[in-house]
Design a binder for this molecule. Structure first.
Ligand SMILES: [Zn+2]
Ligand SMILES: [Zn+2]
Length: 281
């Protein structure tokens, strides 16, 4: 049996592995295909593609965007996106600025709570263009202000905790469109985490291509529910570990093994789309 992990993060967003380390873990675990889905970034894709190529692993370019629909936050995975697509790169640069400003706001709130953390130390630790809450948590631990990442999230950073700052998000319909115009497939990430079932029909109308049925935090029953929903709406099925290396506890790569037949279906959809695009031209 061939397997894939289509949801992975590196240090180009809030993971701790380099693309090469991640490809090495993928090889050790026997994966046939991997995708890199850093938040608001495709920066690591070229190195990941090279590392996967050297390891004999098929690589699928990807990214993960944060979006909302009717006040419900959701994450969109974009697979096979053109990593040189100008509009995608421009939009992502904007999202990265939003992320950096959010870090400053969270640090300001922490300072008001007498936690003497500097935004610069978070940026230095993050050392990437897409910093996020896990970086703030790590900086708090590194500065000796919290004992663990869990404590940092529980006391300060989780939604509605005192240093939490809401994130400005694009609309999910725009997100689907952005991924499509960059030549990719738009997939709703971990619907079981965001409780986004109600918004699925609207996104399907907007052209959503699939849903991530298999995820580390989906129970078997949850995966089965989304497989049924995927079937009902004729959606593609994806899955991945959402591994962030050591930034959210233990590395998760290997916990989800997506049967390769789903990768073949993704590729068939891409081929079908290219065919219709060519016919139109
Ligand atoms: Zn996510
Ligand atoms: Zn993710």
């Amino acid at each position: 049996m061939k397997f894939a992990d289509l949801h992975l993060h590196t240090y180009f967003s809030d993971g701790t592995f380099s693309p090469e380390e991640l490809a090495g873990h993928g090889q050790r675990l026997g994966f046939a295909a991997l995708s890199l889905t850093d938040h608001d970034s495709v920066e690591g894709c070229a190195r990941m593609a090279a590392a996967c190529g050297a390891a004999g692993i098929e690589f699928i370019s990807g990214t993960e965007l944060t979006a909302e629909h009717n006040d419900t936050e959701l994450h969109l995975l974009g697979y096979f996106v053109d990593t040189q697509n100008q509009k995608l790169l421009t939009e992502m640069a904007g999202f990265q600025v939003v992320r950096q400003n959010r870090i400053r706001e969270m640090v300001a709130k922490l300072n008001e709570l007498n936690m003497p953390l500097k935004a610069e130390s978070v940026f230095a630790l993050a050392n990437c263009k897409s910093p996020g809450r896990p970086h703030v948590a790590r900086a708090l631990v590194k500065a000796g202000l919290c004992k663990s990442l869990d404590e940092a999230f529980e006391r300060f950073l989780k939604k509605n905790r005192p240093a939490w700052v809401p994130k400005a998000k694009m609309s999910a319909l725009e997100g689907v469109e952005l991924i499509h115009q960059a030549g990719g497939l738009a997939i709703m990430a971990h619907p079981g985490l965001n409780r986004t079932d109600d918004v699925i029909p609207a996104l399907v109308d907007a052209g959503l291509d699939g849903i991530e049925c298999f995820h580390t935090k989906h129970s078997t029953a949850t995966s089965e529910r989304y497989l049924e929903i995927a079937d009902k709406f004729h959606l593609l099925v994806t899955g991945g570990s959402d591994c962030h290396g050591f930034s959210k506890g233990k590395p998760l790569i290997g916990t989800v093994k997506l049967p390769y037949e789903h990768v073949e279906k993704l590729k068939a959809k891409m081929a079908e789309r290219q065919l219709t695009t060519n016919e139109r031209q």
